[in-house]
Design a protein around this ligand. Structure first.
Ligand SMILES: Nc1ncnc2c1ncn2[C@@H]1O[C@H](COP(=O)(O)OP(=O)(O)OP(=O)(O)O)[C@@H](O)[C@H]1O
Ligand SMILES: [Mg+2]
Length: 257
């Protein structure tokens, strides 16, 4: 579904460039939830932004749902973006539009007709459980409600892939947990493939099926969640896990392996 093959990406800078991704190979299969963890600056957002063409790469190949991003052209990129929703840590809602208006926005851009838009908006409000907030503006919503609006908007065009960039990092544990439960439901019931990045290992541990670890642009370890978080191979992964364990509570149940 999403296949990174030997991807490298360097951002230009005055002193020779920042190597954000180095020779990254990674396969996200259809209908799975794949999590990428790593410290700040490891290259997580860069990796995610490649998938919907928000960022370009220098070397390697990237195929998304059978489309090769190097050769897809403008139409291919347009189709890809329609097929790929994205949510962010800070929601990025349109403040002058109410909840329904935010969710309708991508459909309006694509020229859908009003009755179709209204029907889809109602459906999405049901999925994210925000029917009663339909006419409210983002300014009066809580963080969790804002993220629900962002999720509904990201799903408006019925994408097969949802990219999540630190989607719960600004939320308290209970509200963040409810968002993770919603993402899990979307994955299970709507068959949406989720690629999520987070520095919160607890979030990744809670809903991901497989996990990859990025360190300074290199994918140093990947595998089943129980494997990577329960029996990390790399010292860096162990360090990440130890620093996020609360009172010695393990992130995954080891006996599951
Ligand atoms: N537009 C840009 N121009 C130049 N350098 C950039 C740009 N975006 C990111 N970088 C650099 O690339 C590296 C990877 O950044 P990236 O944002 O992908 O990391 P991250 O893992 O998402 O970090 P965080 O957890 O802080 O969000 C960093 O060294 C960053 O400074
Ligand atoms: Mg980031």
């Amino acid at each position: 579904m999403i296949e990174f093959q030997r991807i490298s990406k360097t951002y230009p800078s005055k002193d020779g460039g920042v190597a954000a991704l180095k020779n990254v190979s990674l396969m996200v299969t259809s209908r799975e939830i794949f999590g990428v963890i790593g410290l700040s600056g490891a290259g997580k957002s860069t990796l995610l932004r490649l998938v919907n063409g928000l960022e370009t790469f220098d070397e390697g190949s990237l195929t998304v749902d059978g489309v090769d991003l190097k050769t897809s052209g403008k139409k291919g990129l347009r189709d890809l973006r329609q097929n790929t929703g994205m949510i962010f840590q800070h929601y990025h809602l349109l403040h002058h539009r109410n909840v329904a208006g935010n969710i309708a926005f991508p459909l309006e851009l694509l020229g859908y007709r009003k009755p179709e838009i209204n029907q889809r908006v109602e459906e999405l409000l049901g999925i994210v459980d925000l029917k009663e907030k339909k006419h409210h503006y983002p300014a009066v919503l809580s963080g969790g409600q804002r993220q629900r609006v962002a999720i509904a908007r990201a799903l408006a065009t019925n994408p097969k892939i949802l990219l999540c960039d630190e989607a719960t990092s600004s939320l308290d544990p209970i509200t963040g947990g409810a968002i993770l439960t919603l993402l899990e439901k979307i994955n299970r019931e709507c068959g949406v493939t989720i690629l999520m990045i987070s520095h919160q290992l607890s979030a990744v541990s809670r809903i991901c099926h497989r996990v990859g670890v990025l360190k300074d642009g290199e994918l140093i370890e990947q595998g089943a969640k129980e494997q990577v978080l329960g029996y990390p191979r790399e010292a860096y992964t162990k360090l990440l896990i130890e620093s996020s364990e609360i009172h010695g509570k393990p992130l995954v149940k080891k006996e599951v392996v």
